[in-house]
Write a protein that binds this ligand. Structure first.
Ligand code: DAH
Length: 347
């Protein structure tokens, strides 16, 4: 056999061995190993190139070309096998995994407004239509605004009506009601007539139970002008109750006492569940209390900058959570700020 024939036979064998080995390759790792063994720097096919100088000059081009041909063949076979493996692993995944395109999509949880925020917005909207403007007033208040200027002097027994959270700073409290906002609104507006509502959070140092919570919202109502009467108060509250609870609802103002109003009254609405006959919601009485009200006390008017000889006014304080509890028949006020999503998600 000539020298050329011998080297060609050797090349043929190298190629055949590599191709046979490639057929047994089953995964990516094996494929990589094959590539190192048969196309790497020290692979047999590569050695043909380094052996070229051993051959006579006139044979070198043919041998070089033949070696190159082997290398190209192996490279092409490698690429084909790589694609084959890739396709079969995809095939495997497709047949082992399933996508049920008829399944409904997954819903993203959507948040919404807190029930107290919703009822506050509703109350503000109703009074807004009656011409009341929202007035914002701080939750951290001076003892002076929260009590003194509302005609509740220190040591007066009426202070017992509001159990107070005091701050570390003397004379600064968490407001126990929204009424101190009356003083702020009056001092800003006097001597002009005013018609405002003051919604917001209030705080009481209370033993909590189903009807008492240490924080809750209030909506304060205040109208001051030259001919404002108790009848205006009654009409305003009746209109509000009808819009909130239904056109049939009756309002009753029951005589009461607050230091900052004279006369004072509790606001009752006729039980809209039993129509006043008496049921479990109204505890048999036929009426439900939703707040307090009265004509602004002359001392308070003066503290706010109005001359009580010329001005009169009415005020009221409503409990939005109480209103929501009645409207949606919620049995325990502690649900509102308990943070339980099972409750909150119902609104
Ligand atoms: N501030 C009172 C309270 O929290 C409620 C109240 C009663 C407000 C009578 C008023 C009012 O404006 O006139 O108990």
């Amino acid at each position: 056999m000539s020298e050329e024939a011998a080297i060609r036979a050797e090349m043929e064998q190298t190629q055949q061995q590599a191709l046979t080995a490639l057929q047994t390759v089953q995964n990516e790792a094996e494929l990589l190993a094959w590539r190192n063994a048969h196309l790497g720097r020290t692979a047999p096919v590569m050695l043909f190139f380094s052996r070229l100088p051993q051959f006579p000059k006139e044979l070198r081009p043919q041998i070089g070309q033949a070696a190159n041909q082997v290398k190209l063949t192996l490279e092409a076979a490698y690429e084909a096998r790589r694609q084959e493996l890739q396709a079969s692993s995809l095939q495997q995944r497709l047949s082992s995994e399933r996508v049920d395109v008829t399944l409904p999509g997954r819903r993203l949880p959507l948040g919404h407004l807190h029930p107290s925020t919703q009822i506050l917005a509703e109350i503000c909207a109703i009074f807004g239509e009656m011409g009341f403007q929202v007035y914002r007033s701080p939750e951290v208040e001076s003892d002076e605004n929260n009590f003194e200027l509302l005609n509740i002097p220190a040591h007066h027994p009426a202070r017992d009506m509001w159990d107070t959270f005091h701050t570390t700073r003397p004379g600064v409290v968490l407001r126990t009601h929204t009424s101190p906002g009356q003083i702020r609104a009056m001092r800003q507006m006097a001597p002009n007539p005013l018609r405002v509502i003051l919604p917001g959070m209030t705080y009481r140092y209370e033993q909590t139970n189903a009807s008492h919570e240490s924080q809750f919202n209030q909506v304060e109502l205040l109208a001051i002008g030259q001919n404002i009467t108790f009848g205006d108060l009654q009409g305003t509250l009746t209109d509000f109750a009808r819009r909130m609870f239904g056109a049939e609802v009756h309002v009753r103002l029951r005589p009461s006492y607050f230091p900052f109003t004279e006369p004072s009254a509790e606001i009752d609405i006729e039980c809209f569940l039993c129509g006043g006959k008496g049921c479990t919601v109204c505890k048999g009485g036929g009426w439900l209390e939703i707040g307090g009200c009265g004509m602004v006390h002359p001392v308070v008017l003066r503290n706010g900058g109005y001359d009580p000889a010329r001005f009169t006014g009415f005020a009221a304080g409503l409990g939005p959570e109480r209103i929501a509890m009645l409207k949606y028949r919620i049995s325990d006020i502690r649900y509102f700020f308990g943070g339980d999503l099972r409750f909150l998600e119902q609104f």
